[in-house]
Design a protein around this ligand. Structure first.
Ligand SMILES: Nc1ncnc2c1ncn2[C@@H]1O[C@H](COP(=O)(O)OP(=O)(O)OP(=O)(O)O)[C@@H](O)[C@H]1O
Ligand SMILES: [Mg+2]
Length: 237
């Protein structure tokens, strides 16, 4: 893990991504040649109807899944099917994930949950604890660090999950309907916090959302339609 991540060129690029799911009876072509590009520190939103392939695409961009064909370049390096090391490195160091369901560890406090991604890379340093405490404070959760997830509200749990995604100083945060389960007002407030952290940490952000006003805040707006990414109206990039 000593090799630094490259900083020049696009942060994340996908070329001609194709993803087919084979079932006994049929094959579903979910992605049919998706091209995507995210510059360092910039933001993109992806909307699209349920089942259009948004999560599939995000998982491939984050190295959690592999395309049937096509290529993902993370900081210029291909995440090749046969290169598990490259994918795991990208997943662990390059990417922070926020999912619709928080996936916090139920027996760990909020603070401990924030330290999980750090612990996966090595011993936790005092600076890491301090960073976690700062994030909790930033999220308005300074007095909730010792609460278990079950002792937090849904919005508070998602705030911890958002902060966790930034803990490892990733190059990009991939957020998949992070506020889909929350009411609109709380979702909008969490959107503010997410965009604020993206700016503060200078981290790229790819946000899958059905919330058009949240999507509109991204530098680039995309819609996934018939297996292709098309520019959504109001693109500012
Ligand atoms: N492992 C799998 N095996 C077979 N089909 C799958 C698999 N994963 C996803 N699919 C199918 O691929 C399509 C896209 O799924 P995906 O979860 O990417 O959609 P989505 O756009 O994220 O939807 P939603 O907005 O409901 O989250 C769906 O039709 C789904 O049934
Ligand atoms: Mg989805």
């Amino acid at each position: 893990m000593s090799e630094p991540l490259k900083a020049d060129g696009p942060l994340l690029e996908a070329k001609g991504l194709w993803k087919s799911f084979r079932r006994a009876e049929s094959t579903v072509d979910v992605l049919r040649g998706v091209d995507f590009r995210l510059e360092s520190g910039s933001t993109a939103s992806i909307t699209g109807r349920s089942g259009s392939g948004k999560s599939t695409l995000l998982n491939i961009l984050g190295g959690l899944d592999m395309p049937s064909s096509g290529q993902v370049l993370a900081e210029g390096r291909p995440l090749a099917t046969d290169d598990r090391v490259a994918r795991e490195r990208w997943r662990a160091r390059g990417v922070g994930f926020v999912f619709q369901f928080h996936f916090l560890l139920p027996d760990f406090t909020a603070l401990e949950n924030l330290l999980v991604p750090v612990r996966s890379l090595g011993p936790v340093a005092a600076a890491d604890r301090q960073r976690a405490l700062t994030f909790l404070d930033h999220m308005g959760l300074a007095d909730r660090g010792h609460h278990l997830p079950g002792e937090l509200s849904g919005g508070e749990q998602q705030r911890v999950a958002v902060a966790r995604a930034f803990m490892n100083r990733p190059r990009v945060v991939l957020a998949d309907e992070p506020f889909g389960n929350l009411d609109d007002e709380i979702g909008a407030r969490l959107g503010d916090l997410l965009f604020a952290l993206h700016r503060q940490e200078n981290v790229g952000l790819v946000l899958v959302t059905h919330d058009q006003s949240l999507a509109a805040r991204a530098d680039c707006r995309w819609r996934l339609e018939d297996g292709l990414l098309v520019a959504a109206e109001g693109v500012r990039a």
